[in-house]
Write a protein that binds this ligand. Sequence first.
Ligand code: 8X3
Length: 251
Amino acid sequence: MTATAVVTGASSGIGAATARGLAAEGYEVVLVARREDRVEALAEELVKDGHRARAHVLDVTDRAAVDAFAESLDSCDVLVNNAGGAIGTETVATADPADWRTMYEVNVLGVLNMTQALLPRLIAGGDGTILVVSSVAGHVAYEGGGGYVAAKHGAHTIAATLRLELCGEPVRVLEVAPGMVRTEEFSLNRLRGDADKADAVYEGVPDPLTAEDVADTIVWAVTRPPHVNIDLMVVRPRAQAAQHKVHRVGK
Ligand code: 8X3
């Protein structure tokens, strides 16, 4: 039987690239995202290319909708918790608590909702995989990143705790923590739609990671034999040796 992989945040960036990668590996991919037009278009493209894929419009922060989605699935072998994001670059002293709440909702409670709802199916399948796409922000702090750093530390902690709690069950818990990835939307959303500021994030950086680079890592980790648990992979571009150590050409 074809294994089923659910990918959240599948309408763009790392999620879309991961859906493509898992479809190419033979998974039946269920693409989950809020934006119907995008996620439907990607699912159609994958089907046209001969893969097994379908879209499901879902907000991972809506628990009732997540439960209904889980009920609609016959099985689930892989859950890639990718939906997330950053809003704002304000300091802790000046940030809007509403932005922090939104980031916590999607980056932490979204992972919790999907994981709780799909766990019975992941266990029942006999070889389940839960992968959390966290961030380097889940492992270090940086100025202006407080709300996102706090939320991604939460996502990391879910993965770490769950791995302990599921020891003995046929489910592994993986975490991929990307550093600087240039995607269509991440920095644009963080910078509230200011394209110039979003471009400046990557200015002079030779080859920031792409969504495909990270998806490649995710697909590799997911396709290891079931007894191999890639606990954590931190993936950065060569030009980013650490959060504050970024090589920029011409600087
Ligand atoms: C995104 C990476 O460095 O902006 O998750 O926190 S960073």
